[in-house]
Design a protein around this ligand. Structure first.
Ligand SMILES: *Cc1c(COP(=O)(O)O)cnc(C)c1O
Length: 377
């Protein structure tokens, strides 16, 4: 990852043209979950871990109602939204910073705390955005190996050097596994106090394990730990782009200085407040997931595949025939209008990742896989 391919540099930077800062051309282009399938009128999209049940009708109504005020700037401090997040989670509103998706908050954290010469550590199959935001500021991304698709605290600590400024942990991980609170605590204790630990809890709402903590207790106990959350997953608001971070006061101050003054749109702010108010919707989303995720895992095992146990709203499954079989299965599903996530960008080419969708969508997925594997139900 140290230099971009020569041809690529020549194509992107013609002679006597402005040169981007070092690192910019090293960022691999982000490949989003596909949303269109050739020939399929309405593809079944199980590729981006979006909410199976859509968005809260109250949030949709609030966004609609805001459409009369689209000529107005939104509240720069997102005060009502931060107050609602604070109330829902029992947190001080001053320590909450909202962002244009949690992706923006990840960008702001590296902008604030890392630069050229610094290292940023993340786990092998962690979120692909971590190396992207790291390269964007000219810092160096460093991968720590995982064990069985799970963050390995010892490997992570062994990867840290005196140059490490930030450690990113997706918890739950992009593989669906999670670290119990005791392991997160062990990681924090093993890091120097001036290393920033970012706990990315994008899927926290789905986790039922009693030994899980999204990071609130860690942030309260430690001046160098931040938790990020999103409205894109369980709240079903991926399209408005809304995330938040719970930070120690000094870090909240830095993020507030770095962010654009109007980084959270008006529809996002009002939809967020309404979504937090609709507790029944969130409960139905979590109940749906608690029923259908184990069902999906069972179906995958019965079809001869090897799913990684998940606590989130998706299942990563390994194909015994490796990358060739995973790619062929992906092509077979795509031809039937079923879109799942290829995982090559995560170093998991022999796997596909499937969102826990609606019952009919999962039925089509399982039918397609059984058909591909020659194991009709
Ligand atoms: C989906 C996801 C996010 C959320 O990103 P947004 O910018 O808030 O939509 C963050 N981290 C992980 C690991 C994710 O999977």
């Amino acid at each position: 990852m140290s230099t971009p391919p020569r041809g690529e540099t020549a194509r992107l930077v013609p002679d006597a043209a402005p040169r981007p800062r070092p690192g910019a051309l090293l960022i691999p282009p982000y490949v989003a979950g596909r949303s269109a399938a050739p020939g399929a009128v309405r593809p079944i999209k199980l590729s981006s871990n979006e909410c199976a049940l859509g968005a809260s009708p109250k949030a949709v109504a609030a966004a609609h109602a805001a459409s009369g005020d689209l000529h107005r700037y939104p509240d720069s401090s997102a005060a009502a939204l931060r107050a609602a997040i604070a109330a829902a989670n029992g947190l001080p509103a001053e320590q909450i910073v909202c962002g244009d998706g949690s992706d923006e908050l990840l960008h702001l954290l590296v902008q604030g705390y890392a630069g050229p010469g610094d290292e940023v550590v993340y786990s092998e199959h962690g979120f692909v955005v971590y190396p992207m935001v790291t390269l964007a500021v000219g810092a160096t991304p460093v991968k720590a190996p995982e064990k069985a698709c799970r963050v390995d605290v010892d490997a992570m600590l062994a990867t840290v050097t005196p140059r490490t400024r930030i450690v990113f942990v997706a918890n739950p991980n992009s593989t669906g596994t999670y670290l119990p609170a005791s392991e997160v605590d062990r990681l924090r204790r093993g890091l120097a106090p001036d290393v920033l630990l970012v706990l990315d809890a994008a899927y926290a709402e789905y986790v039922e394990a009693p030994d899980y903590d999204a990071g609130i207790a860690q942030v309260r106990a430690n001046a160098g730990t931040v938790m990020t959350r999103t409205f894109s997953k369980a709240f079903g608001l991926a399209g408005v782009r809304l995330g938040w971070a719970f930070c120690p006061p000094a870090i909240a101050e830095v993020l507030n200085r770095l962010r654009a003054p109007f980084n959270v749109t008006l529809p996002a702010q009002v939809a967020g407040v309404a979504a937090l108010d609709d507790k029944e919707f969130l409960a139905s989303v979590c109940a749906h997931n608690a029923h259908w995720r184990p069902w999906l895992e069972r179906q995958l095992r019965e079809a001869g595949l090897d799913p990684v146990p998940s606590v989130a709203n998706f299942v990563l499954t390994r194909f015994p025939g490796g990358e060739t079989q995973a790619s062929a299965a992906n092509a077979h599903l795509t031809a039937r209008g079923v879109l799942v996530r290829e995982m090559k960008a995560y170093g998991l080419g022999d796997c596909l990742r499937i969102t826990v969708g609606r019952e009919d969508e999962l039925g089509a997925l399982v039918g397609g896989l059984r058909d591909f594997l020659g194991r009709p139900a």
